[in-house]
Design a protein around this ligand. Sequence first.
Ligand SMILES: [Zn+2]
Length: 286
Amino acid sequence: MGNDDHNLLGGLDSLGLGGLDSIDLFADNKVKVPQSHKKPEAPKKEEVKEEDLVFEKSYTCPACSKPFKSLTVRTGKVKAVSQDVDLRWKFKQLDPLKYDVVMCPNCGCAALIGEFPRITGKQAKLIKEKISASFKSQDPPHGKLSYDEALARYKVALANAVVRGVKASEKAFICLKAGWLLRGKAESLTPGTPGYDEEKKKTGAEEDAFLKNALEGFKNARGSESFPMCGMDEHSVDYLIAALSFRFGDYALAEKLISEILMSRVASDRLKEKARDLHEDIRAAR
Ligand SMILES: [Zn+2]
């Protein structure tokens, strides 16, 4: 599986998708790369109930044609409070990443919220054959999603993306968001509770596995796809690759991309500032 022996798509047996762990994520895209320097933060108290910040949006499934509802974050209700070095936003009231996958509870057709309406008829047929055939229908979620429920949805979306034969960038984006989701999960754990250390370690290893695949996918996409990519311009993608390369020890690539961003006439001042900060981090780590 990719460049890491971590079982990226494991743990889906209860959904009927227990055989996915041998999928090679980027096998049909061709084109590789150790650790977080972010300190864990204390869990925050929720001022507003998460259930009040999401609503049930209606969809019709492109694969099984049945209507279903998917929990969606109400726009304008959540405020970003900070951004990590790899561009993940942190929010005050809830983690919106939990709601970024739309999944049909009947047949397992799933994608990131922006991609779901773009599933083609040909892709729907492939999903029916390769996902729905073994997917065990679920009770639709109500109220809110736990981190583990959200993670399972990301894994199903990733399996769908492989089956649909999408571009490397789309798979990389799912991996990136799943990695960020796991960081949110790790931050939500309460130190001192039973099993905390073990769970934290396991969650961190899973985050690394997803982010390594995200890095591989974006490096792959950078040389073969056009921009904008997943809503990002070329310099933002380069910055993201630099941040992930630094995380996983490829300082040379990170520095090369950073210097290109700093010399660019079109990269935004905000991105250049982030690139300078990252450069400082790399120098301090060397
Ligand atoms: Zn369906």
